[in-house]
Design a protein around this ligand. Structure first.
Ligand code: AP5
Ligand code: MG
Length: 210
């Protein structure tokens, strides 16, 4: 899943993982779990994430390559938020080549910057299971409580407006070039991410197949 911060990658990836019974692998979620558990990786990642910067490739690539080599990925998986630099995409391609596979699709969820800041300010994330809500577009049954696990919902540290702006700049500089990269590889498919979540989902399923 490619797309700007707040484009809805995580929202769609979670729904796709359920539909196709394959793992949803979000590097952002992995880093946040490490931060919560106070690991060495979490401490290193937090310093970058809180500033809206990318975590260095050397802390990111091996982690994903190890994850996709696991047994539960043998029928496929959804990568959310990885790769997000050209070196990450090249490292992924090289690792997949060794494994005898390749990426099937790069789904670009297209949302203009104007819509993003509004979405992020309204996002609430579960401290327990990482589920994502929105105070207007996707409300939990009880305010500030996760429907799935009953834990508290919070505004992510990196969803403060100044940090969102920085993340958007970083996205345009470092991640947007991947759109060309995957276009050239013939696997890019772009969907309109500004419509309702269910309609974005339907557009992606149309591409991936029932
Ligand atoms: P990460 O967690 O990946 O954040 P991100 O890319 O900035 O994207 P978000 O998770 O903020 O947005 P999303 O597209 O998943 O949108 P969501 O579905 O939540 O990364 C965080 C940080 O970790 C990075 O800044 C970086 O530091 C580090 N990192 C992670 N991966 C890395 C990597 N590979 N390399 C280096 N560093 C890395 O939706 C947003 C909101 O909108 C929600 O409230 C949702 O309910 C709502 N919404 C969703 N769809 C719709 C819709 N169609 N209509 C209305 N509202 C909608
Ligand atoms: Mg996400």
């Amino acid at each position: 899943m490619l797309g700007a911060p707040g484009a809805g990658k995580g929202t769609q990836a979670k729904m796709l993982a359920v539909k196709y019974s394959i793992p949803h692998i979000s590097t952002g979620d992995i880093f946040r779990a490490n931060i919560k558990n106070g690991t060495e990786l979490g401490k290193k990642a937090k310093a970058f994430m809180d500033q809206g910067l990318l975590v260095p490739d050397e802390l990111t690539c091996d982690l994903v390559v190890d994850r996709i080599a696991q047994e539960d990925c043998k029928n496929g998986y959804i990568l959310d938020g990885f790769p997000r630099t050209i070196p990450q995409a090249e490292a992924l391609d090289a690792a997949l080549k060794i494994m005898g596979t390749a990426i099937d699709y790069a789904i670009n969820v297209d949302v203009p910057d104007e819509n993003i800041v509004n979405r992020m300010g309204g996002r609430r994330a579960c401290v327990g299971c990482g589920a994502t809500y929105h105070i207007v577009y996707n409300t939990p049954k009880t305010a500030d409580i996760c429907d799935a696990c009953g834990e508290k919902l919070i505004l992510r540290d990196d969803d403060q407006p100044e940090t969102v702006q920085k993340r958007l700049t970083v996205y345009h500089d470092q991640t947007q070039p991947l759109i060309d990269y995957y276009e050239k590889a013939g696997v890019l498919r772009t969907v309109d991410g500004t419509v309702d979540m269910e309609d974005v989902f339907a557009a992606i399923v149309k591409i991936l197949g029932e």
